[in-house]
Design a protein around this ligand. Structure first.
Ligand code: NDP
Ligand code: GDR
Length: 348
């Protein structure tokens, strides 16, 4: 950093998650002081920060706290005095059980509103980023989807994200806050939680490569997603916050693949050729060389009202942020399998 240039300060909520960790690394690399609010300052959920080797970084500060305490948020903003706030904290797994409804709504929906209000009260000059989702589009009539596509969420998670999206717009238009919405399509990486389908798959195939005879059980194999690479999406998020005007951007790869395609890529990454047999709930994936069944369908993982196809048009991010998703899905998948393989080797 050149002399005389002031070091920027960022607050990242959800810093222990996939995106929070990659964004923290990116910001530290740019000379920021980064504050994160993990729900607790110790424990196994710090593994991502450890794996990227930034947990002990002298400019990374972890201040325990959630998004449900307004007083804490006000105090944090006053004490940290950030230039930029990035909100990634959320219950991010879409199928929410009845017991999680209140927590999900509070973290994913109301949390961002609390943050915006705390910003307005303490210093409306603080910039704000909200991590919105393609799940806000839900049922669509047109493809690909862009910033002008109407929203029609199909699950409470999508509705909670939409509530946060509108509050971000409201605080921008009504209170003049530099508040940006990202509409993020799926983005994956070796830091993805194992609940999500890509990591569930790469971990299973890495284990098979280590000699495990486990069977991978999945829901709808024909479900399609627009899958990109998480670190690239964080670069776009940062660029949004450096723009002249606050705005809303779709971040997407513009291509879709099925869960079945992703399984085949993971199998290929461990030099296995899978052959599919049977249909519907009876479908299985067999290792062509040994004849062993490696994948089978389990309806317990089916989702209600699954959208047929969401695919994003990131043309605006291309034009205004000079950004595009460029890592091929095959490379993302191979990278994830290899990291899972290395982790398993290490822990053995
Ligand atoms: P992760 O699930 O990996 O991370 C979520 C983060 O939120 C974790 O740090 C978690 O903390 C925190 N969190 C969870 N519940 C709460 C709560 N009740 N109160 C406070 N913090 C909480 O998600 P990603 O990194 O993948 O996603 C980041 C954000 O982007 C999320 O808001 C997600 O909804 C959104 N998004 C993600 C997409 C993707 O494809 N990855 C696509 C579109 C949107 P802890 O470690 O304590 O559990
Ligand atoms: P998604 O991600 O719901 O798109 O949300 P997930 O990886 O959970 O599901 C993707 C697709 O795979 C199908 N699927 C399975 N999914 C899981 N988790 N487990 C399975 O066994 C399985 N079998 C098939 C699902 O039906 C679905 O179609 C992610 C999250 O990061 C959200 O926070 C974010 O908002 C959206 O992406 C965009």
């Amino acid at each position: 950093m050149s002399l005389g240039m002031q070091m920027k300060i960022a607050l990242v909520t959800g810093i222990t998650g996939q995106d929070g960790t990659y964004l923290a690394r990116l910001l530290l690399g740019k000379g920021y002081s980064v504050y994160g609010t993990p729900r607790s300052a110790e424990g196994p959920h710090l593994w991502r920060l450890r794996e990227l080797d930034i947990l002990e970084h002298p400019r990374l500060h972890l201040v325990p706290g959630g998004l449900d305490d307004m007083e804490l948020l006000r105090r944090l903003l006053r004490e940290i005095s950030p230039d930029e706030v990035y909100n990634f904290a959320a219950t991010s797994f879409v199928p929410v059980t009845p017991g999680q409804l209140e927590t999900m709504t509070s973290a994913t929906g109301v949390g961002p509103l609390r943050l915006l209000e705390a910003i307005r009260e303490t210093n409306p000059g603080i910039k704000f980023f909200q991590a919105g989702s393609s799940e806000m589009f839900g049922r669509v009539d047109t493809a690909p989807q862009n910033e002008n596509t109407p929203f029609h969420p199909r699950n409470p998670y999508g509705a909670a994200k939409l509530y946060a999206y509108w509050n971000t717009v409201i605080y921008r238009e009504t209170h003049g806050i530099f508040a940006c919405n990202g509409i993020l399509f799926n983005h994956e990486s070796p830091l993805r939680d194992e609940l999500f389908v890509t990591r569930k798959i790469t971990r299973a195939f890495a284990a098979m490569r280590c000699g495990s005879d486990s069977l991978l059980e999945l829901g709808n194999l024909d479900s399609r997603r627009d899958w990109g690479y998480a670190p690239e999406y964080m670069e776009a998020v940062w660029r949004m916050m450096q723009g002249k005007e606050p705005d809303c951007y779709v971040l997407a790869s513009g291509r879709t693949s099925s869960v079945r395609d992703f399984v085949e890529l993971a199998a290929k990454a461990v030099d296995m050729e899978l052959v599919w047999e049977g249909i519907g709930e009876k479908e299985v994936g067999r290792d062509n060389r040994t004849g062993t069944v490696r994948v089978r369908v389990n309806p317990a993982f089916y989702r209600p009202c699954e959208r047929v196809e969401l695919v994003g048009d990131a043309g605006k991010a291309g034009r205004l942020l000079d950004w595009k998703a460029s890592t091929p899905l095959e490379d993302i998948c191979r990278n994830m399998v290899e990291m899972d393989f290395n982790r398993l080797q290490k822990s053995a």
